[in-house]
Design a binder for this molecule. Structure first.
Ligand SMILES: Cc1cc2nc3c(=O)[nH]c(=O)nc-3n(C[C@H](O)[C@H](O)[C@H](O)COP(=O)(O)O)c2cc1C
Length: 402
């Protein structure tokens, strides 16, 4: 059989996505050490053809070569827009210019977005309602809205006959698809962390809506999941669904993440002392991170995962050390749950960081440890004893939470 530029998903669905190894920061914020894939699928309905989501405009030439190969001389009749975020739609206008009769299948909420981003009018669209089924030639696709997973217009579509769910960003993750497309062809451990980082950074804030969407789709007999990023799931669907479900329910791992900021090392010494005491208390899985050095996207991901969170920093202009203030602001907005919080600070004159941490502790609604370690300059014996006390309380709280 002749080699193709697309990957056959089954007899009538072809993978025509592209890899992005050039973007440093996804959404201008999130580092992409392993890149990202923008997945797109050509669905052959027999007498009609349909594209399921597009790719980022930067890869449009490569995308069209793959699309041409998959279409094999036929024209494109429909393009489904499950999600309007430009990493999937910035090539939409080019697709419509190339196929002037092609119609966009999307929902009402996407219409204004299409107008705003690309001046594409409603006249090019076929609007679907939640639960509606559309004929694509001799095949059928049913659409289900998944509002705020992770944009208002987000939806998924399902082919009942084959059990394929086209899930847009849901069940996706960072990381290019290096030859392997399917979950049984990739090393999942390589993708797992990056899938968690994608979820916690981008989708996590809308976990309530994710739980709702999982419930809504739970009744479908899903045999394959084709997301807009990351591997196609055909072998171990339960693995990605369970991960998403655990993440959305904010199930945390036993262990403690200590994040500190320090200019001159005094706060760092306290972080080390707390970690030692935690180990002596029997706590395993302890990780210390420097807030100034570790990119916030990893800190968000790790904070999501660890049950115990201990934050520490010096007072800086009567407030938190700025990189820590930034982290705390982000954590507030992420609406994380199920954590035990401890804090420590350092100061030289009046302090102030401890008040800011106390305000965060109150707002977070996490379980807050009674002891805080607030040190003036270099830690003394009494401070080390307080570190031990804080560690003891954390170890007990972790045990009690099991
Ligand atoms: C720019 C700057 C602003 C500071 N502001 C305060 C302050 O408002 N109140 C205070 O008590 N200490 C303040 N400090 C002192 C630090 O909190 C203190 O030096 C602390 O020990 C630093 O901890 P580190 O060794 O972990 O960096 C400030 C220090 C710097 C450099």
């Amino acid at each position: 059989m002749a080699a193709t530029r697309f990957v056959k998903i089954n007899e009538h669905v072809h993978y025509i996505g592209v890899n992005d190894r050039y973007t440093h920061l996804f959404e201008g914020m999130w580092p992409l050490p392993d890149g990202i894939s923008y997945n797109s699928y050509l669905f052959d309905g027999g007498s009609k053809t349909c594209l399921l989501d597009c790719v980022r405009i930067d890869s449009v030439s490569e995308f069209f070569v793959k699309l041409d190969d998959a279409l094999d001389g036929r024209k494109l009749d429909y393009v489904v827009v499950n999600h309007m975020e430009p990493d999937h739609t910035s090539s939409l206008k080019s697709v419509l210019e190339r196929y002037p009769e092609c119609k966009v299948i999307t929902n009402k909420k996407a219409v204004t977005m299409m107008e705003n981003f690309y001046s594409i009018g409603e006249d090019r669209a076929i609007l679907v309602a939640d639960g509606e089924t559309i004929d694509i030639g001799e095949r059928k696709l049913t659409f289900y809205t998944t509002p705020m997973v992770h944009w208002p217009e987000s939806m998924v579509c399902f082919e009942e006959e084959t059990g394929i769910l086209f899930s847009q960003d849901a069940f996706g993750g960072f990381g290019t698809l290096d030859g392997a497309i399917f979950d049984d062809q990739v090393d999942w451990e390589k993708y797992r962390e990056e899938t968690i980082r994608y979820y916690t950074n981008i989708v996590g804030k809308y976990s309530v809506q994710v739980i709702r969407a999982l419930k809504k789709l739970g009744g479908l007999d899903i045999k394959m999941i084709c997301p807009d990023h990351g591997p196609v799931w055909r072998d171990n669907i339960g693995r990605i669904v369970t991960l998403y479900s655990d993440l959305s329910e904010q199930k945390t791992e036993d262990g403690v993440l200590i994040v500190y900021g320090s200019m001159y090392g005094n706060t760092e010494q306290v972080a080390e002392a707390i970690a030692r005491s935690l180990t002596e208390e029997g706590v395993r899985n302890i990780r210390i991170r420097d807030v100034s050095k570790t990119h916030i996207s990893y800190l968000i991901s790790e904070t999501w995962n660890y049950k115990g969170i201990i934050l520490g920093c010096p007072t800086y202009n009567v407030d938190l050390f700025p990189p820590m203030a930034n982290l705390v602001e982000v954590l507030k907005k992420q609406k994380m749950k199920n954590h035990i919080l401890g804090t420590f600070t350092n100061y030289t004159w009046g302090g102030g960081a401890e008040k800011a941490f106390a305000a965060f502790a109150e707002e977070s609604k996490w379980d807050v440890l009674p002891t805080t370690v607030d040190v003036m300059g270099a830690p003394k014996q009494e401070d080390l004893d307080k570190c031990a006390q804080l560690a003891k309380e954390m170890a007990e709280a972790l045990k009690a939470s099991k």
